[in-house]
Ligand binder design. Sequence first.
Ligand SMILES: Cc1ncc(COP(=O)(O)O)c(C=O)c1O
Length: 390
Amino acid sequence: MNFDEVINRFGTHSVKWDMMERLFGVPAEDGLSMWVADMDFRPPACVSDALQGMVDHGVFGYFGDDTAYKDAIVWWMQTRHNWTVDPNWIFTTHGLVNGTGMCVDAYTNPGDGVILTTPVYHAFARVIKAAGRQVVECELALQDGMYALDIDAWDTQMTGNERMFILCSPHNPGGRVWTQDELKQIADFCVRHDLILVSDEIHHDLVFAGTTHVPMTLAAPEIMDRLVMMTATTKTFNIAGSHIGNVIIPDDKLRAAFGARMGALGLSPNSFGLFMATAAYSPGGAEWLDALIPYLDRNRQTFDAGIAEIPGLRSMPLQATYLSWVDFTDTGMAPAEFKKRVEQGARIAANHGDSFGKGGEDFLRFNIAMPHSQIEQAVQRLQEAFSDLQ
Ligand SMILES: Cc1ncc(COP(=O)(O)O)c(C=O)c1O
């Protein structure tokens, strides 16, 4: 594993790099792509070897018998998250945006309200709206520069039309790892308002030292009859193109409803994703991940220190994820102005904060999962683009 290697991703149909110029106007010749959440690193060798084994064999027929795949998930959740999963609880979807859409479809009706704690991962709202449901934005509070729950305010916001709460745990953007107590408060909120809780834990392996992620099933076992868990190998091991995710449902009734929708749509996963995920949830994958986290931590420290030197800019201290959430409020600039400086001045593509919903307007999200030398370049470019503020 060599996270320092700068890998040219142009010409590979990479949404992050090949779409950068078209989407952000950042020139391909010397732009830095720091938007969508995939890393510029190769996955663990065990994953590439599994794929190479398929290619070497050379016959790509239908996949059968997912026992090894499910055993690998069970092993990972037990050893890394202390969570005992029954293999019969696991559905395999075409990724977790698909998993979210399936949950909205299975557990709500057109017109129902689906709660998001904003600012939050933008695809949730996209899926909810496309399905003809209402997005209910419950805004997170800011406490000591980090996101916090605002349950009392949310209680007063409820109308009785809400059916589902989608939690992002750890939170994207902002990188909060919710505490056991906070998770319990969310569970109580869902009981109080009779909501299905979908806990998207896709970032659960990308947690920095000093903080522990608690799976919602462990924080609030009493709400199993309204809880759907979602996990994936794709963020952890940088294999998002394999489009595979796990929707894990301990409750019989909720599982039956989800299974019925999967069956009605004729959904089943592709064999490439299954091979790659099985290989990733292994001791080799664990070793790679244990090397990745300190590397990301160094990137985080370099990026945060560089941002802190620019008057008016502040990056939220990340407890998890490689997605730095930078607040431009104190520059006094309108979003159009700070975006222009970042995209045209620094030649960096970063996600626009307003796409994450209420509360994100004055932020940009920077993906720091790239070689450290490029993080240093990014910092230098940003400092130059805002040098008049010094
Ligand atoms: C919270 C969250 N859920 C889901 C996804 C995407 O999931 P998938 O690629 O499996 O559809 C992302 C991607 O960044 C994410 O941040």
